[in-house]
Design a protein around this ligand. Structure first.
Ligand SMILES: Cc1ncc(COP(=O)(O)O)c(C=O)c1O
Length: 386
């Protein structure tokens, strides 16, 4: 079994304990001990390979980890949200100094709790790293939320490793097969699986990928006591999602690229549109190597003022005005709602699985006020060979 889509469907088959084609949802929170007194081993409550109590492990979570390990080739630990995964990461590394840049505001929020409680020193990922030492953490997000632009992982890996620090990469916006951060020097990879892994806006989950099973074992022990294992029902939904993972990501990535290209090429026709942010518009040399299988399905637009930005989502019919990303349905968010550090002129767009031409026509309808110009753009879109 060697290819992505096959693994995403069959990577957990060996763990099935019933002949059902689709693994049933095991809702039990507790599992019977063996009737054989010789098998009652003290301390085995913390062995994540035995099913004892579902805060520790359960068949549906184990199946997710097996599938993701099969797809990525790295040991995986699944959590009940992306932020739980970040919490697991920071508790495991236990840094005295954290270098972090533009990153999900919730990760900053956890770092701020550590600052308050344990005196963690937060520095910018673009600082000189004079304060950074062995065992500290550099946390890089690429693609960068909310812009969908890219940072050079190799550059930060070199910088972190030269100080003996660990590099974690939050690759939520570029799930497999778009990006493999380990190839460029990451030590730990994080995904909010709520987004593309889940892909249907109906579950919360997080993943850490690590380099060996020793680290996984430590993270599992921490997860047990932090109470951050994924729920049984969500696990079954996530296994469902993984069955279409490659198809969804490839389609969303391609559609985003088409839309960004069209908007960028016709930007002068949209007087309310000031800037477009997306990795496909970046010209840095590292990008071709780092993103060989397509671009992130998330991009950003900046309007000429706060009012146009705030009112733009209400002009669209196919984009929900909502936070989050990675689902089958396209979303747009006036980002200041979630993160008040972001410009009030900025909107984040997550491309879903709708037809690219329909999405483009919807966006043009909201951006262009002149009917003649709008009609000629729609004609052009309908002629696109995609
Ligand atoms: C880049 C990134 N990392 C982490 C998270 C946190 O994930 P979750 O919402 O699953 O806790 C998010 C959520 O939006 C995110 O966008």
């Amino acid at each position: 079994m060697s290819h992505f889509s096959t693994k995403s469907i069959h990577g957990g088959d060996h763990l099935k304990i019933t002949p059902d084609v689709i693994t049933p949802i095991h809702i039990s929170t507790t599992y019977s001990y063996s009737n054989n007194p010789d098998e009652l081993i003290p301390g085995s409550l913390t062995d994540p390979n035995t099913f004892v109590y579902s805060r520790e492990n359960h068949p549906n979570a184990a199946q997710i980890e097996a599938i993701v390990e099969s797809i990525t080739g790295y040991p995986c630990i699944v959590y009940n949200s992306g932020l739980s995964a970040f919490n697991g990461l920071i508790n495991y590394v236990n840094p005295k100094v954290l270098a972090i840049g533009q990153a999900y505001h919730g990760c900053h929020g956890i770092a701020d709790i550590w600052k308050r409680n344990f005196g963690l020193k937060k520095i910018s990922i673009d600082d000189e790293f004079t304060d950074l030492g062995s065992g500290d953490l550099v946390h890089l997000e690429t693609p960068i939320n909310p812009y969908g632009t890219y940072a050079d992982i190799s550059k930060y890996a070199e910088k972190a490793h030269s100080k003996g620090a660990i590099l974690s990469v939050d690759a939520t916006f570029a799930p497999p097969p778009l990006l493999n951060p380990f190839e460029f020097g990451a030590d730990i990879v994080l995904h909010s699986a709520t987004k593309f892994f889940g892909g249907h806006s109906d579950l919360l989950a997080g993943l850490l990928l690590v380099k060996n099973n020793e680290i996984k074992k430590k993270l599992l022990l921490d997860r047990l006591v932090l109470g951050t294992n994924i729920g049984n029902l969500e696990s079954a939904l996530l296994v469902r999602s993984l069955r279409t993972f490659e198809l969804r990501v490839a389609r969303q990535s391609k559609t985003a690229e088409i839309i960004v290209k069209f908007l960028n090429e016709n930007k002068s026709k949209f007087p309310n549109l000031d800037k477009i942010y997306h990795g496909s518009l970046q010209t840095d040399e590292f990008i071709q190597k780092q993103m060989p299988n397509g671009h992130t399905p998330v991009f950003g637009i900046e309007m000429i003022n706060e009012h146009t930005a705030k009112s733009f989502p209400s002009k669209l019919k196919l984009f929900h005005h909502a936070t989050s990303l990675g689902g089958a349905e396209s979303l747009i968010e006036w980002r200041a709602m979630s993160d008040n550090h972001i410009s009030k002129k900025f909107l984040r767009v997550s491309i879903g699985l709708e037809d690219p031409k329909d999405l483009l026509i919807d966006l043009i309808g909201g951006l262009e006020n002149n009917d003649d110009e709008k009609n000629s753009l729609v004609e052009e879109i309908n002629k696109l060979s995609i």
